[in-house]
Structure formats: structure tokens, C-alpha cells
Design a binder for this molecule. Structure first.
Ligand SMILES: [Zn+2]
Length: 84
């Protein structure tokens, strides 16, 4: 994990407050996008929990693509505002 790669798709901050490994019981459920997220980062600025693959743009994801995926898929789920 390189914190320098963090970029919040919500507010654009490069400051991650913390990373959390997510404990999931059972296999990922395709109808619940968060169930496939293994790492998440908390943004130090806006406080949203961001899936690490979007915050760090794994697999060569562009900033725009990460932002779109965040807004369309993850942002509305209660997990995004969960306090860990
Ligand atoms: Zn943020």
C-alpha cells in the first residue's frame, strides 16, 4: 500500500486517514458491490470510505473512471458512511 497514490474520488483529496482490511463472511455477493471490496481507505477530508481499488486506481483505472464508478456504484451504499 502506497498512501501517496491515494486520490479521493469524492473530493479529490490526496490525504487518506487510514486503510482498513475488510472482514467479509462468506463469498462476495454480486448484487452487493461492497461485498467484493477487500480494502478500503477513509478520506481524511470528506470522511467517505472509498474502496481501495478506486482510491488508488488499480489496474490502470483513470481518475475519471474511478470517479464514475464511485458515484454510480459505491457512493450511495450505507457502507460508504460506515464508521469503522
Ligand atoms: Zn474525500
Amino acid at each position: 500500500m502506497k498512501p501517496a497514490d491515494f486520490l479521493c474520488p469524492e473530493c479529490g483529496s490526496a490525504k487518506a486517514a487510514s486503510y482498513m482490511e475488510v472482514d467479509r463472511i462468506g463469498p462476495p455477493d454480486r448484487t452487493l458491490p461492497w461485498s467484493g471490496v477487500l480494502w478500503m481507505a477513509t478520506c481524511a477530508e470528506c470522511g467517505y470510505c472509498i474502496p481501495a481499488h478506486l482510491a488508488e486506481r488499480w489496474g490502470g483505472l483513470s481518475v475519471e473512471e474511478a470517479r464514475r464508478e464511485w458515484r454510480e456504484i459505491f457512493r450511495e451504499w450505507p457502507d460508504a458512511r460506515r464508521k469503522w
